[in-house]
Write a protein that binds this ligand. Structure first.
Ligand code: HEM
Length: 380
């Protein structure tokens, strides 16, 4: 049984969602700035031909959409929060931070409308295209609020600095654009300029009172069963695929306790590492269904001629939403693709875990079921 670990774990999706979120915001800001620059080319960039600015503006905007697709798909695939594809396009429909995630969906919808009408600009006509293009000025602050309201990195200095630079850049460009506009009543232009200055102030006040203050995870609408320290995180024996707890997510009595017995689904991967005097098999499994978390198993042993291992040692870690701590233990019986493990937590309560697995030796994919019940106390 020689298999290879091939898939990205949940944390990889989380890192990608955060990374693409931050880069999308920067590129969206660049797109807004290029749009403003394009409309002011005569005064501010006489050496830049209009088509060059417009072309870069268009390319950056398309890149934003491509990155946002990755951002959305990775957010959906990340197992921590219950986010579906529908939540990504239908604003405020999510059970996870509905308002703040909904603002992301709203901003994405607006961007789709802007890009779609730009691609068929001749057909929709200039007035309709221009009207929809003004949505860019709304979609950008809505995206900023979304990033602040849902982001895990909101308290990180780099993320705060990045957001502040984006906000100041768009504010400056908007004010300069309004000042340079020759048309429109003065009162309307003065109002727009005041809004451009007040909006960043509003964003700053919101950030201080909301995401930067304590208890934001709860106030933002994080489902109660996710408000637990270490949810989705195991003191993993295979660290790379472990989902991290969300910063800013408080531990607390709000968490629902996971009650035994339960039966859950297992999906994940198996890897075997050949060692000079034996082999090590690692199972990295996601637990879903009646329980949500991760099961990590490491088996050491001598390989058998016909495949499989004669076990010499093992370690089992179960982390799940609603458990007091990671439950750790060892395998007490192993037969074919099933095993029985006994694990206990820091409070001393223990459980028997029975896993029945289906292992694909070619791809390393594993699926199966996990039954957990209070430990019987006797040996295997
Ligand atoms: C214009 C559209 C969007 C922009 C510019 C954007 C940008 C961002 C930014 C800057 C963050 C903060 C990242 C961090 O803290 O490191 C973020 C977080 C997030 N976004 Fe978006 N987003 C957009 C749309 C969406 C949509 C439609 C979804 C729906 C699935 C979504 C899902 C998320 C999630 C789940 C997070 C939290 C990730 C984390 O734990 O940090 N976003 N987004």
């Amino acid at each position: 049984m020689t298999v290879s670990l091939a898939v990205a774990g949940p944390s990889a999706y989380w890192y990608l969602a955060r990374g693409t979120g931050a880069v999308s915001l920067v590129l969206l800001t660049a797109s807004v700035l290029l749009g403003v620059l394009g409309s002011m080319r005569v005064a501010f960039a006489p050496r830049w031909p209009r088509f060059a600015v417009d072309q870069v503006h268009r390319d950056v905007s398309l890149l934003v959409i491509a990155l946002l697709v990755v951002h959305i798909v990775t957010s959906v695939l990340d197992s921590f929060a219950p986010i579906g594809l529908i939540d990504s396009v239908v604003p405020f429909s999510s059970s996870y931070r509905p308002l703040w995630l909904g603002l992301g969906a709203l901003s994405f919808d607006m961007l789709l409308a802007i890009v779609a009408t730009s691609l068929i600009r001749r057909r929709v006509g200039y007035p309709a295209w221009r009207g929809i293009h003004w949505l860019a000025y709304a979609s950008w602050p809505v995206a900023v609020l979304h990033g602040l309201g849902t982001g895990s990195d909101v308290k990180a200095t780099w993320m705060l600095a990045l957001t502040a630079v984006c906000v100041l850049a768009v504010m400056t460009a908007t004010v300069v654009r309004i000042a340079g506009a020759s048309r429109g009543p003065t009162t309307v232009r003065a109002g727009a300029a005041a809004l451009a200055v007040l909006a960043p102030l509003g964003i700053a006040v919101f950030a201080l009172a909301g995401p930067l203050a304590t208890g934001w995870a709860r106030r933002a609408g994080t489902p109660a069963n996710l408000l637990v320290r270490g949810s989705g995180s195991a003191a993993g024996i295979v660290g790379s695929a472990t989902a991290s707890p969300r910063p800013g997510t408080p531990a607390g009595p709000a968490a629902d306790k996971l009650k035994l017995p339960f039966t859950a689904r297992l999906t994940g991967t198996i890897t075997q590492t050949q060692e000079p005097n034996g082999a090590i098999v690692d199972l990295a499994l996601r637990v879903s269904g009646d329980a949500r978390g991760e099961l990590r198993v490491r088996l050491a042993g001598a390989p058998l001629a016909g495949g499989g291992l004669s076990m010499t040692g093992s370690q089992v870690d179960l982390s799940a939403v609603g458990l007091a701590s990671v439950m750790q233990g060892t395998i007490v019986a192993l037969q074919g693709q099933s095993f029985l493990a006994r694990v206990s937590d820091t409070t001393g309560s223990s459980a028997d875990l029975r896993a029945d697995l289906k292992i694909d030796g070619q791809t390393g994919a594993v699926s199966g079921t996990l039954s957990a019940q209070p430990s019987s106390g006797s040996g295997p």
